[in-house]
Design a protein around this ligand. Structure first.
Ligand code: BTN
Length: 220
């Protein structure tokens, strides 16, 4: 059962992924946890996700789901395109969502024994200072209602969590495919033209790389 059917809206938390994990351990499924602020927002590979007011911070708790990083990235990308125009957002493998090459959303998927958590951060009305990042508010030059945005993101997630042709759509949306890249792994690095196999592994220089061993993907 992959339908999101309940919402827990909080003000300030350490990390919505942690609340989602605790809910999952209690047996909850189909839950969306959101917060206005996170004191300890987490990014991929131990990085920090700055979570000041005005951003959208949410995590979902669902049954084990294949290709979750790709499903969530497609869901977010579709919503960003809904605001900015079809095809404006691109996905950087595995699940950063970019607009004009700048990061607008990051996703942190975590797997547990019998459930998964996907945490999504979207820069919306929050101040973004990094040169390599942008926000929906900045792109549109107006503020967005976070509650409305949360509803449409949940709707898009419901669509993509049950979609049966994820990789075809992902491949079209992913700016990394066919590019020369350098992939930093926990065990070293590989360079070459990026492709993807039918299981969603990144193929570079004869190696099949999983989402979870990828530290960073750079242009080479
Ligand atoms: C990344 O780009 O490195 C992933 C960022 C993920 C941030 C979101 S915000 C909601 C959820 N809670 C967290 O602590 N992290 C994710």
């Amino acid at each position: 059962m992959h339908r999101l059917n309940s919402f827990l809206k909080l003000e300030k938390v350490e990390s919505t992924n942690d609340i989602a994990k605790e809910s999952g351990l209690r047996g909850e499924r189909g839950l969306v946890v959101s917060a206005l602020y996170q004191n300890a927002g987490r990014g991929r590979n131990g990085r920090e996700w700055i979570s000041s007011g005005g951003g959208l911070y949410l995590s979902i708790v669902i049954e084990k789901t294949d290709l979750l990083p790709f499903r969530t990235a497609l869901a977010v990308s579709e919503i960003i395109d809904g605001f900015l125009g079809s095809g404006i957002s691109k996905i950087k493998w595995p699940n950063d969502v970019l607009v004009r090459g700048k990061k607008i959303s990051g996703i942190l998927c975590e797997g547990f024994m019998n459930f998964d958590v996907a945490g999504i951060g979207i820069n919306v009305n929050n101040e973004v200072t990094l040169e390599c990042a942008t926000s929906l508010g900045r792109e549109l030059d107006r503020n967005i209602d976070l509650n409305d945005l949360l509803s449409v993101v949940a709707g898009s997630l419901n669509k993509w969590l049950t979609h049966d042709d994820v990789l075809t759509y992902y491949r079209k949306k992913c700016a990394t495919m066919g590019r020369r890249v350098r992939v930093l792994l926990s065990t070293g690095e590989v360079s070459g033209i990026a492709d993807m196999d039918e299981k969603g592994f990144l193929l570079v220089d004869g190696r099949a790389i999983s989402v979870y061993e990828t530290m960073r993907v750079e242009k080479d």
